[in-house]
Write a protein that binds this ligand. Structure first.
Ligand SMILES: NC(=O)c1ccc[n+]([C@@H]2O[C@H](COP(=O)([O-])OP(=O)(O)OC[C@H]3O[C@@H](n4cnc5c(N)ncnc54)[C@H](O)[C@@H]3O)[C@@H](O)[C@H]2O)c1
Ligand SMILES: [Zn+2]
Length: 276
């Protein structure tokens, strides 16, 4: 169901698109909620999705941590292996497709800026050369000790997880070089060994994009305030900003427009302005 926009909102959005020369699509964990993915808003959501972590009172910052891989490798890989499996199985909701179709129909070059590690934009057909994953990707691996600068694909990995106990069963993923533990190539908390060459290359492409396009319009979805990387980036372009968020929809002082709704219906309502 598209979100109901009043005539003022429609006019405002039309004006934003009229003077935009490009589109920045920015997204946090809330973007995946309409595809059925959990965000990790507060311990309740996180512990509901992972009851064993709740039982042990382990919060997101403690499990999303290289130290967890070192001291509790089966639990850490239980959590990440389950997510890898989940993100592989998940189909991106219709909003992803409407966004891509909108950019194509209006001939607006786009770039995606996301803290999501789930690869859902790639899956929805967005060009991987036009995506910046500021926190890395769960579909890539690296050595826990960073013995070499290598990053490799997780495609060969088949997680076998006891979801009840959040335990990785069987052989743990290993670094092909030193044969010690491997980990996802994701920026975690207290993380001094994250290999960032993929992210750096993506950032260079984003920089080039922003050098060519001087009037981008940002559509931001589901970016939270707890780790505000995505929000800060979006706000650089305000007032040329459409913020879609059912709860944390406050705009920066420079302005913009907030749609207090979920990602899919917010995108749908924008799409309908331009394409019937
Ligand atoms: N899918 C993923 O890759 C994934 C999932 C969870 C967490 N993370 C990681 O955890 C960190 C969490 O930060 P964050 O800001 O992305 O997430 P967050 O969980 O802190 O915030 C989620 C935001 O989405 C909003 N939201 C909830 N439901 C929504 C919906 N249906 N539509 C639109 N918005 C909705 C919430 O109001 C909130 O503002 C990030 O660093 C991210 O890398 C990633
Ligand atoms: Zn190694």
């Amino acid at each position: 169901m598209p979100f109901h926009l009043n005539p003022n909102q429609i006019e405002y959005i039309q004006r934003l698109f009229k003077h935009a020369d490009s589109l920045i699509i920015s997204a946090g964990a809330g973007m995946g909620v309409d595809s059925g993915l959990p965000d990790f808003r507060g311990n309740q959501g996180m512990w509901q999705a992972y009851p064993e972590l709740g039982k042990q009172r382990i919060d997101f910052t403690e499990i999303a941590n290289p130290a967890a891989f070192k001291h509790l490798p089966r639990l850490a890989w239980g959590f990440y292996g389950h997510r890898l499996d989940l993100y592989r199985r998940t189909m991106p909701h219709q909003g992803f497709h409407l966004l891509r179709q909108l950019a194509e129909a209006l001939e607006l070059p786009y770039f995606v800026f996301t803290s999501n590690v789930d690869g859902q934009f790639q899956k929805a057909g967005f060009d991987s050369k036009q995506i910046y994953e500021c926190h890395g990707s769960i579909h890539h691996l690296q050595c826990l000790a960073a013995c070499k600068q290598d990053i490799w694909s997780a495609d060969e990995l088949t997680p076998d997880i006891d979801h009840q106990d959040c335990q990785w069963l069987g052989q743990l993923p290993l670094c092909p070089n030193c044969r010690h533990l491997a980990r996802p190539n994701i920026l975690m908390f207290d993380d001094y060994a994250w290999l960032n060459q993929r992210q750096k290359q993506q950032m260079q492409r984003l920089d080039t994009f922003l050098k060519i396009h001087h009037q981008p319009l940002v559509i931001e979805m589901g970016a939270g305030t707890a780790i505000p990387t995505v929000r800060y980036f979006s706000e650089r372009f305000a007032p040329d900003l459409i913020r879609i968020n059912p709860r944390e929809f406050t705009l920066p002082a420079q302005g913009g427009i907030a749609l207090a709704t979920n990602a899919e219906s917010g995108i749908h309502s924008i799409y309908r302005i331009f394409i019937e």
